[in-house]
Design a protein around this ligand. Sequence first.
Ligand code: SAM
Length: 147
Amino acid sequence: MNRTNFINSLYPNSIIKNYLEIGVRNGENFFSIKYLNKIGIDPDYFFSKRFLFKSCFKFHNWKYKMYRKTSDLFFREQAPQVYKNSKIDIAFINGMHTYEQSLHDTINCLKYLKNDGYIILHDCNPKSAESGSPEIPKEAINCNGDV
Ligand SMILES: C[S@@+](CC[C@H](N)C(=O)[O-])C[C@H]1O[C@@H](n2cnc3c(N)ncnc32)[C@H](O)[C@@H]1O
């Protein structure tokens, strides 16, 4: 089961869920998540116009918000207001792949998580010592870092 199917399987009977994705990149996972209240955060996300156009035909992509900023800034500037009345059901942490930042993101998500909500941390099981190294090459794609 890949990350997208796993996340979609958490609430099979409800589409109205608050989903937060930290680190969105090209939206491949984000726009395939079948919950309605979605928030994405990434200082460097990039979607092609064609991909965005196609995604908008799906009902679950009608009510999303994307923030072009780091997760730390989002939690400082937006989260208190955004999650004032309704907290997070699912947080998918897949942003900066360092121990410190993933811990930071987890602690911040916990502050706004519903009691029965989920936090999913990606890239915790590196396939090699190199891909689990804290030294992440800038151009690396399949690097876990020390998450
Ligand atoms: C592995 S990619 C995300 C992949 C995506 N979640 C998916 O499943 O297809 C990691 C992304 O995290 C973003 N990122 C890096 N530092 C970040 C930060 N401090 N806060 C939020 N996103 C960050 C990068 O720009 C990159 O696009």
